[in-house]
Write a protein that binds this ligand. Structure first.
Ligand SMILES: Cc1ncc(COP(=O)(O)O)c(C=O)c1O
Length: 384
């Protein structure tokens, strides 16, 4: 059986209930969301609203209408960044960000008169938050930070960053692509203004789903980047101004969202803490099993509790892509190699010139036996 260890890209397998929900939608319901008054449409509507409610429950969001459905993590981040920033604004972000933030900010720097500062990271992938205070300017509108790196798994000091941002009058955007469903996030104790995440990674929904929480107090400051039909106030020429309709134009990904509802329900039932403990155990086993193998270099924090379920490595004399191919073809282990859409992270940890790293990312259904299989494969490869 092929072993899938690329959960940081998208989770696989999904819980059985996700497959069942998508199949039920596709075969039995088939209706659009918020656009009909027949029974199937009402049923789909209620399942999609349940998805919103479950997401709000997971992150302790008081009003589920503040949860906006998007099409992936990138879409959520684009909406937050492009919807908020105006010419003359300054944004602080970091070298560890994914291209969904880096390229979006870069594009705004090029064409929209936005200024940006990128906080550096150390060789373990930890963003240097002590430099955030100095980086803040009177026109800093936003601090956008990754919760955990998709290259090294490094968990960032986001509480401190959020507090500094707020004290200096800026808003805070959390990119929770690698932590939603894997590390507890509570917008009560971590009062982010935006929480962006895909639905298809740790929330265990299908591809084509994403979420953006927007703090209700800033909705008037965040423009919609897409306009069109919402199934509400259709006689009006202007886009609705309330959530979620303001930001959700056009037909929803209904099969994806009913699947996402089932994915979040699985996470809620199993609990984020249990998933986190499971991943911690696997990461510890993986690190211990690999760390002394000859020629193998592991990246990221040495302490498994300082990372999520992501481990990057390189093997002397091997290109990361070739190593990935060997693991797939000879051992049936699927991994991801290269830059992982995060070039700055590879510069920080010193792997840019080598073409990046090979990344192992187990998921909630990965077992200790699976990890043992990986360790044995690396023993064989390094013994050659
Ligand atoms: C940290 C981080 N941010 C954003 C994204 C973008 O998410 P998506 O692939 O759903 O657009 C990813 C995806 O890998 C990620 O790891």
């Amino acid at each position: 059986m092929t072993l899938y260890l690329d959960n940081a890209a998208t989770s696989f397998p999904k819980p059985e209930a996700v497959y069942a929900a998508v199949d039920h939608y596709n075969r039995q319901l088939g209706a659009a969301v918020g656009r009909g008054h027949h029974r199937s449409a009402i049923e789909v509507n209620s399942q999609v609203e349940r998805c919103r409610e479950q997401a709000a429950r997971l992150f302790q969001i008081k009003d589920h209408k503040q949860v906006i459905f998007t099409f992936n993590g990138t879409d959520s981040l684009n909406l937050a960044i492009r919807g908020l920033l105006k010419p003359g604004d300054h944004v602080v972000t970091s070298d560890m960000e994914h291209n969904s933030v880096l390229r979006t900010v870069h594009a705004l720097e090029q064409s929209d008169g936005i200024e940006a500062t990128y906080l550096p990271a150390d060789e373990t992938g930890l963003v240097q938050i002590d430099q955030l205070r100095e980086a803040m300017r009177p026109n800093t509108r936003l601090v956008a930070l990754i919760h955990a790196s998709n290259v090294t798994g490094t968990i960032q000091p986001v509480e401190e960053a959020c507090s500094i941002a707020h004290k200096q009058g800026a808003l805070f955007l959390l990119d929770a692509a690698q932590t939603a469903g894997q590390i507890p996030i509570d917008v009560g104790s971590l009062p982010v203004d935006f929480l962006a995440c895909p639905g298809h990674k740790g929330l265990l929904g299908p591809l084509g789903t994403g979420l953006l929480y927007i703090n209700p107090e800033i909705v008037n400051d965040v423009a919609s980047v897409r306009t069109g039909g919402t199934g509400t106030n259709s006689e009006e020429p202007s886009q609705p101004t309330t959530c979620p309709e303001k930001y959700e134009s056009g037909n929803h990904n209904a099969p994806g969202l009913v699947g996402l509802a089932a994915g979040i329900e699985y996470v809620l039932k199993r609990t984020v803490n249990d998933i986190r403990n499971h991943e911690l155990q696997l990461m510890q086993q993986l690190q211990e099993g690999l760390q002394d193998l000859p020629g193998l270099k592991l990246y990221g924090p040495a302490d498994p509790t300082a990372r999520t379920g992501v481990l990057s490595l390189n093997l002397d004399g091997f290109d990361p892509q070739d190593l990935s191919l060997i693991l797939d073809e000879n051992f049936e282990i699927q991994t991801r190699s290269g830059y992982h859409c995060a070039p700055g992270a590879h510069k920080a940890i010193g792997t840019f010139e080598q073409g990046g790293t090979l990344r192992l990312s187990p998921g909630p259904f990965t077992t200790e036996d699976d990890i043992e299989k990986v360790i044995i494969a690396f023993r064989e490869i390094t013994a050659v």
